[in-house]
Ligand binder design. Structure first.
Ligand code: 5GP
Length: 190
């Protein structure tokens, strides 16, 4: 998506060869006009799918998921990040290793918000090694719902997650795929 690629070039900050900071429009301050266009694009990419719920993970996925849900007219459910495992049996729980914080947390979703009758689209801000998406897919499978695919704002194509998930046959659509990045610049895959 050209609009997002241009924004990454103009406002993104390459922190290291593996970390891109997009705090000024996605992760801290939020560009709502851009998010609206991203939601519209996800709606186009998944228009052939029956979607009854959008699943994301707090915090940065929520705004993008909401912008997308406006086009599908379905609720957004976000997984909460817990440090301690919630032993309630009214929740689904999956352990996720955080790429940016280098620690494992527990992603929790209350059972009544995902049921076997749901068709779930996952939306998230970044795809790196795929741990977050795999954890959310695990939660969907615990609920018996159908996973219809994942929409990602920014995929770092030089990390393994996207390739692995597509090889499993999942529909993964990323609005911008970074081929490589350094302080000298960013190149996108088309
Ligand atoms: P994964 O689980 O695919 O390894 O990493 C995805 C998660 O880590 C995303 O939910 C995102 O919050 C965070 N993340 C991964 N790479 C980056 C990055 O380069 N920049 C930022 N801001 N977050 C990232």
């Amino acid at each position: 998506m050209k609009l997002l690629e241009d924004k990454i070039i103009s406002d993104g900050q390459v922190v290291s060869s593996e970390i891109l900071k997009v705090a000024s429009f996605l992760n801290h301050q939020i560009d709502i006009e851009l998010l609206d266009k991203m939601g519209e694009e996800f709606a186009r990419l998944f228009k052939d799918k029956k979607v009854t719920k959008i699943l994301t993970i707090e915090a940065s996925g929520i705004a993008i998921a909401c912008a997308t849900a406006r086009f599908f007219h379905v609720p957004v459910v976000f997984a909460k990040k817990n440090r301690s495992r919630n032993i309630n049996d009214d929740v689904y729980c999956s352990d996720i290793f955080s790429f940016t914080h280098e620690e494992t947390y527990h992603a929790i979703v209350t059972k009544k918000f995902l049921t076997k009758d749901d068709h779930v689209l996952i939306i998230d801000d970044f795809l790196a090694n795929g741990a977050a998406i795999k954890g959310l897919i695990d939660i969907i499978s615990q609920s018996g719902a159908e996973f219809v695919g994942a929409g990602i704002a920014i995929e770092k194509g030089f990390q393994a997650g996207g390739k692995e998930l597509r090889e499993k046959g999942y529909k993964i659509e990323s609005l911008a795929i970074i081929e490589s990045m350094s302080k000298d610049g960013i190149t996108f895959r088309h």
